[in-house]
Design a protein around this ligand. Sequence first.
Ligand SMILES: Cc1cc2nc3c(=O)[nH]c(=O)nc-3n(C[C@H](O)[C@H](O)[C@H](O)COP(=O)(O)OP(=O)(O)OC[C@H]3O[C@@H](n4cnc5c(N)ncnc54)[C@H](O)[C@@H]3O)c2cc1C
Length: 286
Amino acid sequence: MRGDAHAHTLVAPADLDSALALLADNKGHRVLAGGTDVMVAFERGLLRDARLISIWQLDELRGIATVGRHLTIGALTTYTDLIESSLVAEHAPTLAAAARDTAAVAIRNRGTIGGNIANASPAADLPPALLVHDCEVELRSASGARWVDYAGFHTGYKTTVMRPDELIVRVRVPLVDAPMRHFYRKVGTRRAQAISKVCISASVRRGHDVRIAFGSVAPTVVRARIVERELASALAAGLLSTEAVSRIVALGVAEARPIDDIRSTAEYRGRVTRNLLRECLMSFVA
Ligand SMILES: Cc1cc2nc3c(=O)[nH]c(=O)nc-3n(C[C@H](O)[C@H](O)[C@H](O)COP(=O)(O)OP(=O)(O)OC[C@H]3O[C@@H](n4cnc5c(N)ncnc54)[C@H](O)[C@@H]3O)c2cc1C
């Protein structure tokens, strides 16, 4: 049943410090960015937090720039911003690919990278790309700021290291000093407006640096460390044969440990993971 608007108050602080001061009060609040997840919860009558704090107008949380050896992306960056950014295309191409495959135009114009991370859905589309770009997340509260390695951000199903008084301010991606090859593929019920059943993101620099992440197969997004190790040694030895691909794919499906949930069955996810991982590895053969 739809939520009751009178059960909530909405405040819209004018700057970041004011927003952090409100969060420090810790009085049962929910941050509202683009609202594309929060309003779904409201429509379903599942929004329990009495106080909504809108951060949409905080310019401090916008902008995409290279700063030193990093690409930094403000938490309020939308999918459309990611798709249109030449810096993201250059330095974090799987992030742009993931944004292109997310939802449809209306949601892409409003949904944000910070909201996608904080909402902590294992089926979200940006997280596998953020993992392969070795991203870090800046969390800020009234008492200070800290950078958290995104690989350690999700602690379980919909749980994170973020405290209730903290905001995601921006993320940063280290710039790489040599070209990498990339792969991103999502499988959902249909091509548009569909949440992932399985998603794979990969970035590979031959013989050196192999990063692969699975989304939507487990309670959190995960790096496929065994696949990464095996693929790196096969590439370094110049031995990525069809047999090697089959062996690594089998290891990958075991490593992903696909789950049953409302979106799909473990059996279907296992089959799709096998096919996507094969497609991914074969793309690095040539
Ligand atoms: C029709 C539809 C289709 C969708 N399709 C997809 C899809 O294909 N792939 C996909 O991944 N997602 C999809 N989504 C989900 C949603 O659009 C994304 O998760 C989006 O990125 C959320 O961002 P937002 O700014 O709207 O977050 P909001 O709804 O404003 O917030 C989401 C959560 O994050 C918290 N939050 C937001 N910003 C911050 C911050 N800076 N710091 C701390 N906490 C914060 C909020 O408190 C809330 O708990 C879809 C949603 C809809 C309605």
